[in-house]
Ligand binder design. Structure first.
Ligand code: CDP
Ligand code: CDP
Length: 225
């Protein structure tokens, strides 16, 4: 691919990372990789099989025997676990509540990072998560740290849930987001933090299109002529 670069987008929950990453990938004809969906997929399967979410050993063994496949699906990305489409299930309340615990384990992360790097071979990649610019793809040409105020992020998740027919009180969503951000930022292995060479994009009062335009401009500045 001509002028293909690697774009890493990290940031706290519901900052708009995956929405923006997907649109950027469409516009630039890049591959999009949602690493949060991979941690969610493992968490979903572990819950289904009643595996202890605090056991690094059991979760790593499970991950070694799990096929997680991200498949473009129109404007979205389908998530297949062992060949079965679980795109909806991995967004459940139960998975959301358990995923940060799963993501603290060192061996789980090591294996996930290997899988993520394999998916990112070649150029023209947009990957979003928590540790992409700092650990998974430290040589990415463009690193974005995407944030928004926690009130705005809770509000966005509330609206998104409503559109999926799910009602969770706004205050509860805000508390859950804060708890997950805290766990993701304080864990020992690859915590959520801004890479030194990342560009901070605060989307609190920006529309989706404004954020997309901003990231495209930053990407174009990094593409070779
Ligand atoms: O979309 P949302 O912000 O709710 O979360 P996500 O991107 O689907 O990620 C779910 C969880 O996976 C995060 O809260 C982290 O605990 C974990 N995660 C991670 O540790 N590292 C990544 N690269 C991506 C996600
Ligand atoms: O991936 P992450 O958890 O960071 O966030 P997301 O799932 O992409 O975005 C959460 C919600 O915020 C989605 O429903 C987006 O449509 C919405 N959003 C927004 O309203 N304004 C933005 N600038 C970005 C996202």
């Amino acid at each position: 691919m001509l002028n293909g670069i690697i774009i890493a987008i990290d940031g706290p929950a519901a900052a708009g990372k995956s929405t923006i990453a997907k649109k950027i990938a469409q516009k630039l004809n890049y591959t999009y990789i949602d690493t949060g969906a991979m941690y969610r997929a493992l968490t979903h399967k572990a819950i289904q099989l009643d595996i202890n979410l605090n056991s690094d050993h059991d979760l790593t063994a499970l991950l070694e025997n799990t096929d997680i496949h991200l498949k473009p699906d129109g404007d979205n990305q389908a998530v297949l676990i062992d060949g079965i489409d679980c795109s909806e299930e991995i967004r459940s309340h139960e998975v959301t509540a358990g995923v940060s615990a799963v993501a603290t384990h060192m061996s789980v992360r090591k294996l996930m990072v290997e899988k993520q790097r394999e998916l990112a071979t070649g150029t023209g990649v947009v990957m979003d998560g928590r540790d992409i610019g700092t650990a998974v793809l430290p040589k990415a040409e463009l690193k974005i740290f995407m944030t928004a105020s926690v009130d705005e992020r809770a509000e966005r998740r509330f609206i998104e849930n409503e559109s999926r027919g799910i009602y969770t009180p706004l205050e509860q969503l805000k508390q859950e987001i804060e708890k997950r951000d805290q766990s993701d930022s304080e864990r020992a292995v690859s915590p959520l933090k801004m890479a030194d060479d990342a560009v901070l994009v605060d989307t609190t009062s920006m529309t989706i299109d404004q954020v997309v335009d901003k990231v495209i401009v930053l990407a174009e500045m990094r593409m070779q002529p």
